[in-house]
Write a protein that binds this ligand. Sequence first.
Ligand SMILES: *Cc1c(COP(=O)(O)O)cnc(C)c1O
Length: 378
Amino acid sequence: MDKKRIYLSCPTMHGEEQKFIQEAFDTNWVAPLGPNVNGFEAEMAAYTGCGHAAALSAGTAAIHLALKLLGVEQGDVVFVSDLTFSATCNPIVYEKATPVFIDAEPDTWNMSPEALKKAFALYPHPKAVICVHLYGTPARLAEIMAICAEHQVPLIEDAAESLGSTYQGRHTGTFGKMGIYSFNGNKIITTSGGGMLVSADEELTKRATFLATQARDPARHYQHSQIGYNYRMSNITAGIGRGQLLHLEEHKAIKQSIYRQYQEAFADIPEISMNPLNPEGDANNWLSCMTIDAGSEATPDKVMDALAEENIESRPIWKPMHLQPVFEQYDFIAHHEDGSSVGADIFERGLCLPSDIKNTPEDMRLIIGTVKKCFGRA
Ligand SMILES: *Cc1c(COP(=O)(O)O)cnc(C)c1O
């Protein structure tokens, strides 16, 4: 195809990344740990206000260690957002614990506090709750935290998609007992791959670092009294992160502008709704998404096909976890009284629009024009 490819969300490098990497090369400090890892952790802690941070090989590794640190093990129940990427809940199953999927609510597409309450009535003693800030929109944290506090169950925030988003003026990822971020290639900033576990409690991030470096006891010889992991971030990877972090606010501003452009362009098409924002927060708008009213002639598949014709990348909304074959044996708690799933409805009627910060005004016009045509507008 000779048409220019327009991307959903892919890495944007600025040059400073290379300076940090060059320093690592010049000092032969390419191996795990080193000044970039320490620097990246300190700079992320300063930016988010999280307190303490442990740089890891992936966001998934960070979720896994968060569960380990809370002592999640076989037979334990963990409540987790249903409308998310599988990486949120896979680590629950690594530990042979039992996920219970909590439906989304329509206001933010995140964990429904109403469904969470119902889940506590059915399973009074879960070991942890993992809530996601989907596509960068903060969850209804005040209500979720109040429910968790009432039951004295720790909250883990999966802020993989919401780095830079705030809720009541504070960064997502800093409300729970622990939070996690991802620097995967498609996220708002990337290290090519990587993640971070953050907490106000330094003891937790220290123990995460310990477990992430093969759980070596302090001794001259190699002594182990726990099972460890090889989950640490390398000094090269962290160098990319330090350079990227300098541009996070700029990435966020462009993503927010992309969202507003779609919102304005589709304002006169009543069948289209943009993904919701939380009025108590400031979203990073990692991905702009839309839903199409049921019964409209245009469907997500038709819109995605029309975009693909123009070599424009788009993708479906995450398919809810309770609909995934690999998780079918686990319980699902619906938001609505009639048991119908809000997440499944969003999945069926929604799609993610191109949200790459390098997309030009001309690209945006082509994307918007292509979508509008599907609704019979010029
Ligand atoms: C990307 C993502 C993750 C996983 O992060 P990795 O760094 O790719 O392991 C976890 N949860 C959500 C919601 C994500 O989007």
